[in-house]
Design a protein around this ligand. Sequence first.
Ligand code: ZN
Ligand code: MN
Length: 468
Amino acid sequence: MTKIGLEIHCQLTKLESKLFCKCKADYRSLPPNSNICPVCVGLPGSLPMLNRKAVEKAAMISLVLGCKIPEKISFFRKNYFYPDLPKNFQITQYNAYEPTSIGSEGKVEIEGKEIRIRRIQLEEDPGRLIYEGSSEKTLITLVDYNRAGTPLVEIVTEPDFETPRQVRIFLNVLADLVENIGVSDPYIEGALRVDGNISLEKGNRVEIKNVGSFRDIEKALHFEITRQQSLVARKIPVQAETRHWDEARKITVSARSKEEEEDYRYVPEADIPVVVIDTNTIATLQRQMPESIIAKRERYIKKYDIPPQVADVLSSDKFYSDLFENAHSETNAREIANIITTDLMGFADTREKKMELKINAKHLLDLADAIINKKITRNSGKLALQEMVKTGKSLSEVISMLDLGHVSDTFSLEKIVDEVFKEEEKAVSDAKQNADSVNYLVGKVMKKTKGKADPSTTIEIVRKKLSS
Ligand code: ZN
Ligand code: MN
């Protein structure tokens, strides 16, 4: 049986400052090595000061993943040498004698399957190495410490996944959860990084390190299954090792033999005192947490009678559910949910496209009202929406620009139906016995009006004329 476990590093991107100093947590787009101080580059004699907000946000991740939070949390030094880590140790958490990391024993359900969370820990991100070309062939390696010390939450699962597909689904759920509680923007490049451990039937465990995208981790795991199966078929033992995902070649490559936990010589971090998290603090955090995705979904179904599948999609996406919250009222909620999940999500199926949408609540509100009051057909509504999200123009501007006004007045519709009857004599005579021909005629009217005719009025007129 294939067993897959994950270690996910999630940056707390919503924080102002780093984990142990006042440097900016948002290191992106700053000139190299400009966002540093003695603490985050680990100069001798510097003293780390724990960022309280980081502890709170990590605790919120614990809560949303159903983890236990211990009464006391503490920090450890994980010793290793690497150029991106000038202190030669990373300040992290470790359960040495008892659980003292910010979370343990949680669970997340995906498609009826329970994925157990072993542990959650708060730690600092190292700096960033920049290679010329690939890391294997480069002659020059540059290091930028701007990222060093930014707050990370590491989430470790039990090896409960059986397929790469389950991994991708889990990661999407996880990303939605952390985004919904406002601790991280998991779609920023590098904000969510994944290591995957994979072993086949009784085989050794192989670790795939630092994959930046959900699609790539799924591919990397698929590749590993095939590679390991082919080794087994040729009776070659699978090495326990760490492998890298080569994005360009779409393969994993051997990196180094895997170090064991004891190699890191964890020692308690004496510069940071033990932090007590009492039940009051947890209760306060729980109160501050935004409505959960599950509660939101229930509310959409119960209060607005939104179909469960639509409520599912809408509640799990923070961007779209925020848009929904700002646009809907008691009477148009279903229509707005419908526009968002069928049309809007269709135009913008990636994060980048979503960010480019020039849409606000007013656009949606106007569009839903126009559809409900039959000022515009659903088809034309979709065209109007497409234009609004591109230009940011108002609905009325777009309707007149694209000439999308609804043809629902009986007089002009009758004229158009007459024209169609003249052109489609055969269909008209068939239509007396054949329902398909009626639909055909209605279709012709729709075509002539470029989809602007009100369908129910059109059918009524066609039927009336056929029976006269
Ligand atoms: Zn600093
Ligand atoms: Mn880590």
